[in-house]
Design a protein around this ligand. Structure first.
Ligand code: SF4
Ligand code: SF4
Length: 81
């Protein structure tokens, strides 16, 4: 019983650690982005900024809500599956 508990705790710790270090999979296809800024306006956590006329997503800030994907009429924002 003790062995199972140790194993379960280990698996839980590894899972939580992987979750903690995982980064957003949302990214901008910069060749499609026209720099309109619509995605910047809707991002709830201010993870997007326009740099040199293109949207750039800060993966450390992004919470993967996908609002920007639905907002971009140029289909310039994608998600790695
Ligand atoms: S909404 Fe789309 S086209 Fe406009 S800045 Fe964002 S990614 Fe670029
Ligand atoms: S997925 Fe959500 S949090 Fe991430 S950049 Fe887009 S709007 Fe912002």
């Amino acid at each position: 019983m003790k062995k199972e508990l140790i194993l379960f705790t280990g698996i839980l710790i590894v899972t939580l650690a992987l979750f903690a270090i995982s980064k957003s999979t949302i990214f901008v296809e910069s060749n499609l982005c026209v720099g309109c800024g619509d995605c910047v306006k809707v991002c709830p956590v201010d993870a997007i900024e326009i740099i040199d006329g293109k949207a750039v997503i800060d993966a450390d800030v992004c919470i993967d809500c996908e609002i920007c994907i639905k907002t971009c009429t140029y289909n310039a924002i994608r998600k790695n599956k």
